[in-house]
Design a protein around this ligand. Structure first.
Ligand code: SAH
Ligand code: DHB
Ligand code: MG
Length: 217
């Protein structure tokens, strides 16, 4: 099986199951026009994040890694009227694109985009968050997991994107990103307050995976 096959099936499933969404499509188009990398979650992955947030009844969501706000919009649409999402982004240029996309989605009042290195912003936040989506620089995943746990409550869910990276995660001699993912897995395994799994995915974004961590009651 090749990337072409995975993309064909993703395109089919997105077409079959997801309603056409001009606001989300425009968010991707404007992100591309502004020169942002095309690394947002796939539509069917965004929908998964939204379903998870809805299942949790999430009212407070934290996202680490905004890019153009594509996953942000999927997640924020799951919020009730009084719900709030905070998203952290290092690149001011990305945050600017994201704010426009979020405003066009009618979510500006519920979403706050904070600009800076996530490790500097996280200590300024007050939890608890019901759902944390970790999707920034993978080398810092150990720090992000520790902060997500600190900012959560029993029953919170932490979702981490890109934990497989084309199979790289299984290589103990991987680069800084792989080492960050593997160190995070070690922390999760040693942490009695959580229950976790990770699954591989193939699709329009290649061979990758998601880690899901539930904070125990
Ligand atoms: N969640 C987005 C994709 C995020 S891509 C989506 O699916 O739509 C990763 C983002 O993390 C990039 O915009 C990058 O600039 C940002 N990032 C990288 N290092 C960071 C850091 N140290 N702190 C905060 N954001 C960072
Ligand atoms: C990259 C980052 C992501 O968050 C992603 O989903 C895919 C790729 C990257 O930095 O290459
Ligand atoms: Mg990602």
């Amino acid at each position: 099986m090749t990337q072409q096959d995975w993309t064909k099936v993703d395109d089919y499933m997105v077409g079959a199951l997801l309603a056409p969404d001009p606001v989300l499509n425009q968010a991707l188009a404007d992100s591309a026009a502004a020169g942002l990398p095309a690394i947002a979650v796939a539509p069917n992955q965004g929908k998964l994040l939204q379903l998870l947030a809805q299942m949790l009844g999430a009212e407070r969501i934290l996202e680490i890694g905004t890019l153009g706000g594509y996953s942000t919009i999927w997640l924020a649409r799951a919020l009730p009227a009084n719900g709030r999402l905070v998203t952290l982004e290092y690149e001011a240029r990305h945050a600017e694109v994201a704010r426009k996309n979020i405003a066009r989605a009618g979510l500006a009042a519920q979403v706050e985009v904070k600009v800076g290195a996530a490790v500097d912003l996280l200590p300024t936040l007050s939890g608890p968050f019901d759902l944390v989506f970790i999707d920034a620089d993978k080398a810092s995943n150990p720090d992000y997991f520790a902060w997500a746990l600190r900012l959560s409550r029993p029953g919170s869910l932490i979702v981490v994107d890109n934990v497989v990276r084309g199979g790289g995660v299984a290589d103990p001699a991987g680069d800084a990103n792989i080492r960050g993912i593997r160190r995070m897995f070690e922390m999760i395994a040693a942490e009695p307050r959580v229950s976790a799994t990770a699954v591989q995915t193939v699709g329009s974004k290649g061979w990758d995976g998601l880690c899901m961590i539930r904070v125990l009651d």
